[in-house]
Design a protein around this ligand. Structure first.
Ligand SMILES: *Cc1c(COP(=O)(O)O)cnc(C)c1O
Length: 369
């Protein structure tokens, strides 16, 4: 087994050994008091993470499942998809696959949509809902959900938020920011194994969803909410993953959500400062894709110079015992990514950055000219 603190993929992320071990607990039935107690502990813990007084929906699915559920719960009509990278692009594709007409509000990779961008788009046409990604994992850009939430609310259009690499790493206030539907997956900043997805739906979103035909069954937010009220799930859940979530939420609440946000901000700041000095140290210049002010605290995408293969940097880090992420989507050939999220620490990150430095020196030496 490798030591904790070596796996810096932007999802799945490294999972604490005691959280992994919780999954070896003996089975319990999913209809009954034993499971309900587990469900309630997990959901209550997550409410503090989502910053909501609403019930938390828990699906046995990857995050994409709840992206689809959110779209399917929107009133009938055209969806506005804010696209600023590969995951927000996926959100637009999901809406299309659900049979929705889609208008794309396109923002350059690394940038984020502003309140003015959204206001202009909402004035041009009528929309049933807006999809947006909080932390765009392909570029490392963080969207300001508070301001977009206010604009969408003023237009009476529900926002469906993917905070898969945001929640538990980046500040997010479901209730205070009036966000109608926010979803995440287990395997990113929550640092759980993949397989569960979590969402908060505000009452108005659920009331509107109940009127929408063709929501399907497995991904029906109305059905999930009805069962969540009983501390249950509509179908057999991944019970072992609930055991893991129960243990991880105890860790998370012991740290405190605000301390967790601060730890992630410190890791992102350190990564940016390290990148700024890369050329001096290694001969290879690195550019953080997202501009200051719009950077995600959980993931940094780094652009390498033309003629440098980012896959060689990833391979070099791996040879030194550290896993980082390659480029993703349109930026695949020009970037690599460091996932500084979950239970990693500012000090623990140093080993990873040193390994990447060594990999960059190797790559720099091999470069022609
Ligand atoms: C990882 C990720 C997803 C997809 O999650 P799955 O669990 O693989 O379905 C969606 N959106 C963002 C922003 C992600 O980082």
């Amino acid at each position: 087994m490798t030591a904790f603190g070596t796996f810096f993929l932007p999802g799945p992320t490294e999972v604490r050994p005691d959280v992994l071990a919780a999954m070896t607990r003996a089975m319990i039935g999913h209809r009954g008091a034993d499971f309900e107690a587990v469900y309630r502990e997990v959901a209550d813990g997550l409410r503090k993470v989502f910053r909501t007084s609403q019930p938390v929906l828990i699906a046995t699915a990857s995050a994409t499942g709840l992206m689809e559920a959110g779209v399917r719960g929107l009133p009938e009509g055209r969806v506005l998809a804010i696209v600023n990278g590969a995951f927000s692009e996926r959100f637009a594709r999901i809406a299309e696959a659900c049979g929705r007409p889609v208008t794309v509000l396109r923002v350059p990779d690394g940038q984020v949509a502003t309140a003015d961008d959204l206001r202009d788009a909402l004035r041009r046409d009528r929309f049933a809902g807006v999809t947006v990604v909080h932390s765009e994992t392909s570029t490392g850009a963080l969207t300001d959900l508070e301001s977009l939430g206010a604009v969408a609310r003023a237009h009476g259009v529900p926002l469906v938020v993917d905070s898969v690499t945001g929640l538990a790493g980046a500040p997010l206030e479901c209730d205070a920011w009036g966000l109608p539907f926010v979803l995440t997956g287990s395997q990113k900043a929550l640092a759980l194994p993949p397989g569960l997805a979590f969402a908060v739906a505000q009452p108005a979103f659920l009331a509107a969803a109940a009127q929408v035909p063709g929501r399907g069954l497995y991904l029906d937010v109305v059905e999930m909410a009805a069962f969540a009220a009983k501390g249950q799930t509509p179908n057999t859940p991944a019970i072992s993953l609930f055991f893991a979530a129960q243990v991880q939420l105890r860790h998370l609440l012991a740290e405190g959500i605000e301390a967790r946000w601060a730890r992630h901000a410190a890791m992102a700041d350190r990564t940016a400062a390290w990148a700024a000095g890369a050329e001096t140290r290694t001969g290879v210049a690195l550019q953080v894709v997202a501009p200051p002010g719009n950077r995600s605290p959980t993931v940094t995408a780094l652009r390498v110079p033309k003629g440098t293969d980012p896959a060689a940097v990833v391979a070099g880090a791996k040879a030194r015992g550290f896993v980082i992420g390659g480029g993703y989507g349109a930026l695949k050939g020009e970037t690599f990514r460091i996932g500084h999220m979950g239970d990693h620490t500012r000090d623990g990150l140093e080993g990873c950055l040193e390994a990447v430095d060594d990999a960059l020196r190797d790559v720099g030496r091999r470069r022609p000219g």
